[in-house]
Ligand binder design. Structure first.
Ligand code: TNX
Length: 523
């Protein structure tokens, strides 16, 4: 008798425990808002009691009939509807529903929030997202996304209670330029791969995609005044594959896709070195008017444009003019790195002439750190990758710096000696090494005021498809996104690694092929 009732008691306990566990698994809501595993970590989070629960027939309410806000609200419903099955609708104007509502308010006129900041207020009745403009709303939507259970990322219907703990988040970025670079020259990646890359960047509030569009191994963008560039120069890649290129139509579609996610594309044509694909396509670029042979190896520093030929500048003006016409963003990147066979006395005036061409076409110039040898306009930006003295010289010339230190921020560096993909000339970059640095402290003499922002480049000598891209990019990219966004005083590896470990379920649902670093305890 005694025994059976004890057994029964244990059984009941067990059932209760199981039920509790199930509920837990199905809500997976942080216990309070300050515990939410957000990346990048917001500037401030204040928790309050209770939670919001998104339910069927929820409404996304926007203030007035702005086509841009319609688009942003449509993007949000596109994220919410597949997994919830709730048929969330956008409502422009009219009464604000008293419950089950996501209220988007653009035009907040709050100086603290700036161009990209937002304020999120979560109560039992509604989620209110305010910003000065739709861009801030878009960034805030990424926070809502991460506050919801990870299965919101599924494209299939999920049985989950969609709860978010109540409270307020005020958030804005530390740096205005937070980017990644994709080298589509060493290996070509088609538009769908680039869009996937853009979507993954957007989820972590990055706002710049730098595309390395031409190098020794390939020319990847159609230039209508010089069709040979793609007819010949696009036909190979590292390892001898067939390469490829973007027509202007396809490229403009990528620019628009990025712009819809408030990401600016910075196109790069590298020069005067890294130009073999152009030299093989346009004979007049060579000293003897003889084209070079196409190249599919991985050496660097062997090619150069002729800096003393007038033809070179006419050609470059055509290229930059067509590129500028497809670029709504302010910058054209002209490379300038590793021009080992260009004499220094030729390199310096070459960069200055190219700077004039970029400005004359209505754009601002970005160059790799070597370009600081030349006289630079204050509007020009230097991208630090290798030599600190180049970066400090740039600062002394009054230009701003993009921080891409190879030993910290190169996504093509292996994680450790066992990593199959990637290179290791700048060292191994484990996830913690990639995270633990401050753009305003890295180079003596360069302070936050001198820094435009942070960029993590992915060079593609060893990378051939999107799955390989993802393996090198994840999980390091969220860390660079946080370095660019979160105030340095709010960042520590010890707390970051917990938030990162919590992203594992999201990574899996999003089918991201990530490197499961042992430095992180993946949930
Ligand atoms: C150096 S970074 C380069 C690239 C290579 C990369 C490989 C830079 C400005 N130049 O040409 O692809 O190393 O990590």
């Amino acid at each position: 008798m005694m025994k059976t009732s004890i057994l029964r008691f244990i059984l009941v306990l067990n059932t209760l425990f199981l039920a509790f566990n199930l509920i837990g698994a199905h809500s997976s809501m942080a216990s309070d808002l300050t515990k939410a595993a957000l990346i990048p970590k917001p500037v401030s989070i204040v928790a309050s009691a209770g939670h919001f629960e998104l339910k069927a027939n929820a409404v996304i309410r926007i203030e007035e009939k702005s086509t841009e806000m319609q688009k942003v609200a449509g993007y949000l419903s596109g994220i919410l509807n597949p997994a919830t099955g709730f048929n969330v609708q956008v409502q422009a104007g009219g009464d604000v529903p008293s419950s089950n509502c996501i209220l988007l308010v653009s035009g907040a006129k709050n100086d603290q929030l700036g161009q990209e900041g937002y304020e999120l207020t979560i109560t039992k009745e509604q989620i209110k997202l305010e910003a000065n403009n739709p861009e801030g709303i878009f960034r805030g939507i990424q926070t809502i996304r991460q506050l919801l259970p990870a299965r919101i990322e599924s494209r299939e219907l999920q049985q989950v209670s969609w709860k978010i703990p109540a409270g307020t988040i005020v958030d804005y970025p530390a740096y205005s330029y937070r980017g990644s670079m994709l080298d589509v020259a060493r290996h070509f990646f088609g538009p769908n791969d680039v869009k996937r890359f853009i979507d993954l960047m957007a989820a972590y509030k990055m706002n710049i995609l730098h595309m390395h569009l031409a190098d020794d191994q390939g020319w990847r963008i159609e230039i209508k005044s010089w069709p040979a560039l793609t007819e010949i120069g696009s036909t190979t890649q590292v390892g001898g594959g067939k390469g490829g290129f973007y027509t202007q139509e396809v490229y403009k579609d990528l620019v628009q896709y990025a712009a819809d996610r408030y990401i600016t594309i910075v196109p790069e044509i590298d020069m005067p070195g890294h130009t073999n694909a152009a030299l093989a396509s346009v004979p007049e670029l060579n000293p003897d008017n003889q084209p070079t042979k196409l190249y599919s190896g991985t050496n660097v520093g062997f090619s150069t444009l002729q800096t003393n030929k007038e033809f070179t500048y006419k050609f470059l003006n055509d290229v930059i003019r067509e590129l500028a016409a497809m670029t709504p963003g302010p910058w054209i990147h002209v490379g300038g790195d590793e021009s080992h066979v260009t004499k220094k006395e030729d390199y310096i005036p070459f960069v200055e002439k190219v700077q004039e061409i970029v400005l004359a076409n209505g754009k601002l110039m970005i160059g790799w750190d070597e370009t600081t040898l030349s006289a630079l306009k204050p509007s020009t930006v230097a991208q630090y990758w290798s030599k600190a003295e180049n970066a400090t010289r740039g600062v002394s010339k009054g230009v701003k710096i993009i921080m891409s230190p190879a030993a910290k921020a190169y996504l093509d560096m292996k994680y450790n000696p066992k990593t199959k993909l990637g290179l290791h000339w700048a060292g191994y970059i484990e996830v913690d090494t990639g995270y633990k640095w401050d753009p305003a402290q890295l180079v003596p003499g360069i302070t936050k005021e001198n820094v435009l922002g942070v960029e993590c480049p992915l060079w593609s000598e060893t990378v051939t498809n999107i799955s390989e891209i993802e393996f090198l990019v994840f999980p390091r990219l969220p860390g660079y996104a946080e370095i660019g966004w979160t105030p340095v005083t709010e960042r520590t590896w010890e707390t970051y690694k917990i938030r990162l470990g919590n992203q594992a379920e999201r990574f899996k649902i999003m089918h991201i092929n990530y490197y499961p670093s042992q430095k992180v305890s993946w949930k």
